[in-house]
Write a protein that binds this ligand. Structure first.
Ligand code: HEM
Length: 201
């Protein structure tokens, strides 16, 4: 069975791959040959964003999957996958703000005015931040299990915002963001069905 360290190793792979690609690009002075495309910064932002979204959806999938299969070993994997979601989202925004906008808040304001999809990403990140900050056992004790659980429902809001962020980001119609949005909608629905009085009968 996959344990926590297995999750950490698997979830670190896309990041290690990206770092490796950058190392090759720097040594060869050829980002294209390293698979980073002609716009290596944009490529990196998109890769980190995609992994943030994938790990967000994976975190949401753990509980329904555990219920459907009865695989109890899945439960402890939710927290490390959730933390990787936060790590990828934070790296995504840091590369964008640090390398693309060179840390300029003025540029960020201009970009938001031009591309409102960025606001949806920021809102999604603002929802995962408190979850990462309260991910420890000590936080569960401090908040009490009930309040902690209610707070952690923010993850469903983050999934919806992140899916909209992706849909609005692409120009014209592309199927990929809609596939992610459909998965997000199914996972939110699974939660709503679980909360409904009918499912408790
Ligand atoms: C939970 C938080 C977030 C998730 C899950 C997320 C996810 C994504 C995804 C999936 C993409 C598209 C990748 C592709 O087209 O292949 C993307 C693009 C982008 N995101 Fe986010 N994002 C998040 C937060 C943010 C934040 C906080 C910002 C900015 C402050 C941001 C700025 C951008 C930008 C600028 C792009 C387009 C990059 C480009 O075209 O070069 N995102 N994001």
């Amino acid at each position: 069975m996959l344990g926590r360290s297995g999750v950490h190793m698997l979830m670190a792979l896309p990041l290690l791959g990206l770092v490796g690609q950058w190392a090759v690009a720097i040594v060869t002075a050829d980002p294209r040959a390293a698979g980073l495309s002609a716009e290596p910064i944009a490529y990196s932002i998109n890769t980190l964003g995609l992994w943030a979204l994938r790990s967000l959806l994976l975190t949401l999938a753990i509980t329904p999957l555990r219920r459907a299969t009865g695989w109890g070993w899945l439960a402890p994997l939710r927290r490390p996958i959730g933390l990787w979601c936060f790590a990828y989202a934070t790296l995504h925004l840091s590369v964008y703000f640090g390398l693309n906008l060179l840390g300029s808040l003025e540029e960020l304001a201009k970009e938001i005015a031009k591309h409102p999809f960025i606001l949806f990403g920021m809102a999604a990140w603002a929802l995962v931040l408190p979850l990462a900050l309260t991910s420890t056992r000590a936080s569960i004790r401090r908040l009490g299990a009930k309040r902690w659980q209610t707070l952690h429902r923010l993850i469903y809001g983050a999934a919806v915002l992140a899916a909209v962020h992706f849909i609005l980001r692409v120009k014209g119609f592309q199927i990929e963001p809609w596939i992610y949005a459909a998965v997000a909608a199914l996972l939110v629905l699974a939660r709503v069905v679980k909360l409904s009085p009918l499912s408790r009968r």
